[in-house]
Design a protein around this ligand. Structure first.
Ligand code: ZN
Ligand code: ZN
Length: 407
């Protein structure tokens, strides 16, 4: 078996990996780079049979999870190449694409099942569900020709499924090669958890006499759970927007907060309203009709709510912002890059609470994961610091984009 990183050896994002055994070739992840000058068609890694001019030589494309840096080019994969990913991950991406213009839907031909092997020609792939900020994310164990390769995908141990990493490590102990993500290989700060986020937000809400304005990614389901639970601990109703309600429904998971739960209401922001009207499809709005909440009720009792908030919504919420607190539950860099939002919040007199934990493992978690697996070698991926790996982890062997190596 041989493997090459097509993109991701020296950058976070745009991940793409090719594996070959006895003529069977598969591609893992077809991600968009985080920085993407030019058109998408200029960002396609050079892999025979992958894109529009398919020659039938590629067996399958596997998507570890549906974050844009892993699946953002999936809609451009040749239609006769089978695409596999998590069923919920596909539903979430495709339902979110209605609300987010840069996301294009794709159709998977098959779905992962946790720990159930998939035979693809001369390769056998076993997906292992892992903890990550993207829902329904997998590490992939690839076996062929008597060799074993583990692709970590994006991982962490601070979310709501922290034990999944141990299960992967136990099942994949002693693999010949580990392609290990290293987004935060340089970061050794003590990490907080989703549970800490929940506790911090609940405490802040209890001390606030106005509305809680929660800024977070609708696709971060662990965070949705944390914020909902924090709202309930503070005796407040959690308000989703229509986009979040659609994504929560797409999980298919009855334990994820849903629009029809007690303690959940749904608000339809103006820009989502315009999108629905333009589409002429009112199914999603009709489905949440009994749970709808409108601005008058929010303005009358702002202290009773935690509101899913996006920057564009602040003007329409202005009558409900007295005494409010903003809960910034995303990477701080997004707020730093948005001075207009900061000044808008200041102009409304809204203070900001930072309550977040990363979707990626810190150095100590990566070290523990690698030590438990004890692979023959570790190949860094999804990192801008491959050179840091060698000082942190045993048996590291960096490879540049495009270099084939035998597993
Ligand atoms: Zn991810
Ligand atoms: Zn990623």
């Amino acid at each position: 078996m041989r493997v090459r990183i097509l993109r991701g050896a020296t950058q976070v994002g745009g991940s793409c990996v090719e594996v070959e055994q006895s003529g069977t070739r598969i591609v893992i992840d077809v991600g968009l780079p985080l920085e993407r000058p030019g058109a998408y068609r200029d960002l396609l890694p050079d892999v025979p049979g992958l894109w529009a001019t398919a020659d039938g030589s590629l067996h399958a494309v596997l998507l570890s999870h549906t974050h844009p840096d892993h699946c953002g080019l999936a809609d451009l994969v040749a239609p006769d190449v089978p695409v596999y990913c998590g069923a919920a991950a596909e539903r979430i991406w495709n339902s979110a694409s209605f609300y987010v213009p840069r996301m294009t839907p794709f159709a998977a031909s098959g779905h992962f099942r946790h720990a159930v092997p998939l035979t693809l020609g001369h390769l056998r792939v076993t997906p292992w569900l892992v903890d990550h900020s993207g829902y329904d994310a997998y590490s992939l164990l690839i076996e062929g020709g008597g060799r074993r390769l583990l692709y970590s995908g994006d991982i962490r141990a601070t979310g709501r499924k922290p034990r999944t990493l141990e299960a992967v490590a136990t099942a994949c102990r002693g693999v010949d090669a580990l392609l290990l993500e290293g987004t935060r290989i340089r970061n050794d700060a003590i990490e907080n958890t989703e549970g800490d986020v929940e506790t911090d937000v609940a405490r802040a809400l209890r001390a606030t006499c106005g509305m809680g304005l929660a800024f977070y990614s609708a696709m971060n389901i662990d965070r949705l759970v944390s914020l909902y639970r924090a709202a309930r601990r503070a005796d407040r109703t959690f308000v989703m927007d229509l986009y979040t309600a659609a994504v929560a429904h797409a999980t298919g998971n009855p334990r994820v907060p849903q629009a029809d739960w007690d303690g959940v209401r749904v608000y339809l922001p103006n820009n989502q309203k315009r999108r629905v009207i333009a589409s002429g499809d009112f199914t999603a709005v009709n489905a949440v009709r009994p749970s709808r909440v409108f601005i008058d009720e929010l303005a009358e009792r702002p202290e009773a709510f935690v509101m899913t908030t996006r920057t564009s919504m602040l003007p329409e919420l202005r009558t409900a912002l007295g005494g409010a607190i903003a809960i910034w539950s995303m990477w701080d860099g997004y707020l730093d890059r948005d001075p207009r939002l900061t000044s808008t919040l200041r102009s409304y007199g809204v203070p900001v609470l930072h309550a977040h934990t990363s979707g990626h493992a810190s150095r100590s978690t990566l070290q523990r994961f690698a030590a438990q697996i004890a692979p023959r070698r570790v190949i860094p991926i999804h990192t801008d610091s491959p050179s840091v790996f060698a000082s942190a982890i045993d048996n590291v062997e960096p490879h540049g984009d495009g270099d084939w190596t035998c597993v």
